[in-house]
Write a protein that binds this ligand. Structure first.
Ligand code: ADP
Ligand code: MG
Length: 567
């Protein structure tokens, strides 16, 4: 027996634990969902590695999770025969928070417990949720194929201990020593109902021990046979996505999302499809309610899992979704890819391309449907992910029209910063004779809204889209028309209002131009090299002058963007 070593938790862990225990006391039971979810992931990982090396099963390929309670010891135990962990993996996974988005999460904390409680849900709770109900947690684990096993133990207060142990069975056993007032979780029926509620969709058996029944007599004196005690599965134990849509309830889809998406919140919507024909696959794609903290990290993990013939292959299968849909979570199960598929093989692969194309259009359709039928939900979606969708027209020219349908803008129709005007709505409100979609891009919503370029449009009652997101200028560079109508920036070049000008005002304009003859020349002379040209304009009604860019020159916002990246 080796000596026990004590280790300090990473600094963040203490903060996280504290916050979690205080935030989740009204929803304690989810600890079991998290631990069963981890056990199921561990089974997935083992099955994958065993494809190459069957010895890893050590003669036991029946993957499962077992949950039991011990009233005398006041403990609940969750054990699995999945992949297990090495000593280093234990330190990395249970001693620090290795998740992506951690830094962003801690930056977002305010110190206000009510507000921070919301954030913790968004961050995801995971293994540490064990401490909501336990005052001491013991993890015993042995990695498949390894000899040495390790015991991790902690009271959740700043430090944990490690000691090498003997462990015959591969996998991980987690013993929760319950806090004083948490004995409800010793009750077998309570545990069963929690598992049925949250973990029914887990694809390996989640078993509990059925106590033996002694021989007895029935009401008419007949003998009732004794039943030996045995482990029995209390979940359906089939992969949810292989079931027929009509047989899966909303609740099951939602709980399954929390498991695959490692998310705490329910999803906004989802699409479950079996595709048959040349390429055969099943996709189950979810749109989250909240953007993750690391949505803008370049190296963030995406949320798509790849399965091949129901065997888990990899997390983060980013090849199957374009970058502007990187918030989509869920899974793909391909019938055509080989089981030994690698990231290298996935690249430039015909099957990958076909699935990616199918999934992309499925997501675009799902969002379009939401936009049409569930405006409130769509607004939630747009507020969280609209900026990412705006990368779409540049990235995915083939789907430009479908992406444009998803866009929402602020506009002079409401003058509110909420982006809730679709291009279709804009077109419906176009004035007689108007054939362009007018827009203005500025550094902020306030600047856009009070742009002097808007004066003439406001006077004539013509709606203008107000844009001020960082990506807007770039996006508009890739979006030339929608529904046959050209986009026209109102700050560019010689604004031609075309049929919107009436004869009368044209005459008035000519007259006023005569009145100030010579003024343009004098201003040109005094500004010299600072400008390209000074022009007379009828765009302005209240302001005396404004700066415009030529049709083919870089816009002022684009110039600033280029300067900011050192160009
Ligand atoms: P997540 O599941 O989102 O990765 P968790 O906090 O639930 O986060 O778990 C952290 C990590 O600990 C997991 O990613 C995994 O590497 C490891 N882990 C947890 N439970 C087990 C288990 N039963 N078997 C093997 N590894 C586990
Ligand atoms: Mg987990």
């Amino acid at each position: 027996i080796k000596n026990k070593e004590n280790h300090q938790f990473g600094t963040d862990v203490g903060k996280l634990l504290n916050l979690m225990i205080h935030s989740l006391y009204s929803n304690k039971e989810i600890f079991l969902r998290e631990l069963v979810s981890n056990a199921s992931d561990a089974a997935d990982k083992l099955r994958y590695l065993a494809l190459q090396n069957g010895d890893l099963y050590e003669g036991d390929a029946d993957l499962k999770v077992r949950v039991s309670a011990d009233k005398d010891a006041n403990t609940v135990t969750i054990s699995d025969n999945g992949i297990g962990m090495t000593r280093d993996e234990v330190i990395n996974s249970l001693g620090t928070i290795a998740k992506s988005g951690t830094a962003e999460f801690f930056q977002n904390l305010t110190g206000d417990q009510a507000k921070d409680s919301q954030l913790i849900g968004q961050f995801g709770v995971g293994f540490y949720s064990a401490f909501i109900v336990a005052d001491e947690v013991t993890v015993r684990t042995r990695k498949a194929g390894e000899q040495s096993a390790i015991e991790w133990q902690s009271k959740g207060e700043g430090e944990y201990s490690l000691v090498e142990i003997e462990k015959a069975e591969r996998g991980t056993e987690i013993v929760l020593h319950l806090r004083e007032d948490e004995s409800e979780f010793l009750d077998e029926f309570r545990l069963r109902s929690i598992i049925t509620k949250y973990s029914d969709h887990i694809s390996i058996p989640v078993e509990m021990f059925k106590a033996p029944v002694p021989e007895s007599e029935g009401p008419d004196g007949e003998k009732i046979e004794a039943q030996p005690g045995e482990w029995e599965a209390i979940n359906k134990a089939t992969a949810l996505w292989t079931r027929d849509k009509s047989e899966v309830s909303e609740e099951e889809y939602k709980e399954f999302y929390k498991h695959v998406g490692h998310d705490w919140e329910e999803p906004l919507t989802w699409a479950h499809n079996k595709v048959e024909g040349k390429t055969e696959y099943t996709s189950l794609l979810y749109i989250p309610k909240k953007a993750p903290f690391d949505l803008w990290n370049r190296d963030r993990q995406t949320g798509l899992k790849l399965y091949v013939q129901r065997v888990f292959i990899m997390d983060d299968a980013e090849q199957f979704m374009p970058s502007y849909l990187r918030f989509v979570k869920g899974l793909l199960d391909s019938n055509d890819l080989p089981l030994n598929v690698s990231r290298e093989i996935l690249q430039d692969n015909k099957i990958t391309q076909a699935i990616r194309k199918g999934c992309t259009s499925r997501v675009l359709k799902m969002l379009d449907r939401m936009g049409k039928n569930k405006a409130d939900e769509y607004q939630t979606f747009w507020n969280e992910f609209g900026q990412v969708i705006k990368e779409g027209p540049a990235e995915d020219a083939a789907n430009k029209e479908a992406i444009a349908k998803l866009l929402r803008f602020s506009s002079t129709h409401t003058d509110e910063s909420t982006q809730n005007v679709s291009l279709a709505q804009y077109i419906e409100r176009m004035q007689e004779g108007q054939d362009k979609i007018y827009y203005v891009v500025a550094d902020s919503f306030a600047t856009a809204k009070s742009s002097p370029h808007l004066e003439i449009f406001r006077k004539k009652g013509i709606e203008v889209l107000l844009m001020s997101d960082r990506v807007d200028e770039w996006m508009m560079g890739h979006l030339t028309e929608f529904d046959g109508k050209q986009f026209q920036s109102i700050t560019r070049g010689d604004l031609d209002l075309g049929n919107l000008e009436d004869e009368e005002s044209k005459k008035a304009q000519e007259e006023s131009e005569k009145e100030v003859e010579g003024l343009v020349e004098r201003i040109t002379a005094s500004l010299g090299d600072k400008v390209k040209e000074v022009r007379f304009t009828h765009r302005l009604t209240d302001s005396p002058a404004c700066v415009v860019v030529d049709d083919h020159d870089m816009s002022s916002q684009m110039q600033k963007l280029m300067e900011s990246i050192g160009q």
